[in-house]
Design a protein around this ligand. Structure first.
Ligand code: GLV
Length: 319
């Protein structure tokens, strides 16, 4: 029997799966586990099932000890994990791609619709108790039919977003590090372009790339200025891909029309400038937050940890 540390609350069905074979120490506090508590608990662990809120770095891996075999992240993004530090120590790191693709593409479209059709603004107005009535020019937004969606990062979530965009009658351009199968590109009617062209021609720019040194502040003042004044920026990937201060300035100065954000540069803190703007929709990192998806993510992470502990290849290793 091995010892598995789970760094936060995950669905019971996944915990049961782990407990059936191993000794499980799961943090169940209402707040995130503190760094000190986490370091105390990981000492002597054989596997860590981690949430994206916990930093898995060299210090933690060394505190865990040389018996540590697996770090199974319950997230597709793994910028919280120092993967080279895991590799150096022979620790296998895994993530949960695939199972959250549709939920994240759904919330991307929720943000696109909320931002372009001013849904949050309308709801705030009703809740404020202000007088209102139907009017020809009341809270006019912009439609999606015939508009261009620019997707940065054409992985599975980018493609799932593109499929939705196609159903809304949008044109799709994209930028991607990897080559996308020609039949997929043809099915979506998508066109690969350079970032400059994507920014200059898109009515909506949606971020779906991983976060790392190469994408830190990928969207800053220069890129925001390059976008159309009528365009919207959507982020369901990771907050620091956008320079948030530059975004606030661009929204204030009218360089772009609006934004929809599920993730933030200094999460869970939100730039105070964003809170004062009406043309930005803010949701608290809900991309994968459905019962079905979170259950599937936790089960996949559990299966990954169990596979490594039984010397099998995990289903979804990182890299
Ligand atoms: C959520 O943000 C994830 O990376 O799974």
């Amino acid at each position: 029997m091995s010892r598995i540390v789970v760094t936060g609350c995950i669905p019971e069905v996944a915990l049961e799966k782990l407990r059936a074979e191993h000794d499980v120490d799961a943090w169940t506090g209402p707040e995130s586990i503190s760094r000190g508590e986490l370091l105390t608990r990981v000492a002597g662990a054989d596997a860590v099932v981690s949430l994206l809120t916990e930093r898995i770095d060299a210090e933690l891996l060394d505190t865990a000890g040389p018996q540590l075999e697996a770090v199974a992240n319950v997230a597709v993004g793994y910028d919280n994990i120092d993967v080279p530090a895991c590799t150096d120590r022979g620790v296998i790191a895994t993530n949960t791609p695939g199972v959250l693709t549709e939920a994240t593409a759904d919330i991307t479209f929720g943000l696109i619709l909320s931002a372009t059709r001013r849904l949050s603004e309308g709801e705030r107005l009703i809740r404020s108790g202000q007088d209102w009535k139907w009017g020809m020019f009341f809270l006019l937004g912009s439609g999606l039919q015939g508009k261009t969606l620019g997707i940065i990062g054409m992985g599975s979530i980018g493609k799932a977003t593109a499929r939705r965009a196609k159903a809304f009658g949008m044109r799709i351009v994209y930028q991607s590090r990897s080559t996308i199968a020609s039949e997929v590109v043809a099915e979506l009617g998508a066109r690969r372009v350079e970032l400059d062209e994507l920014l200059a021609t898109s009515d909506i720019v949606s971020l779906h790339c991983p976060y790392g040194p190469a994408t830190h502040h990928l969207i800053g003042a220069e890129q925001l200025t390059a976008m159309k004044n009528s365009a919207y920026l959507i982020n369901t990937a990771r907050g620091p891909i956008i320079n948030e201060a530059a975004l606030v300035a661009a929204l204030q100065e009218g360089h772009i029309a609006g934004a929809g954000l599920d993730v933030f540069e200094n999460e869970p803190n939100v730039h105070f400038g964003l809170l004062e703007l009406d043309n930005v929709v803010l949701v608290p990192h809900l991309g994968s937050a459905t019962i079905e998806t979170r259950t599937a993510m936790a089960l996949l992470a559990a299966d990954n940890a169990l596979a490594v502990l039984s010397k099998q290849r995990p289903l979804t290793p990182i890299g």
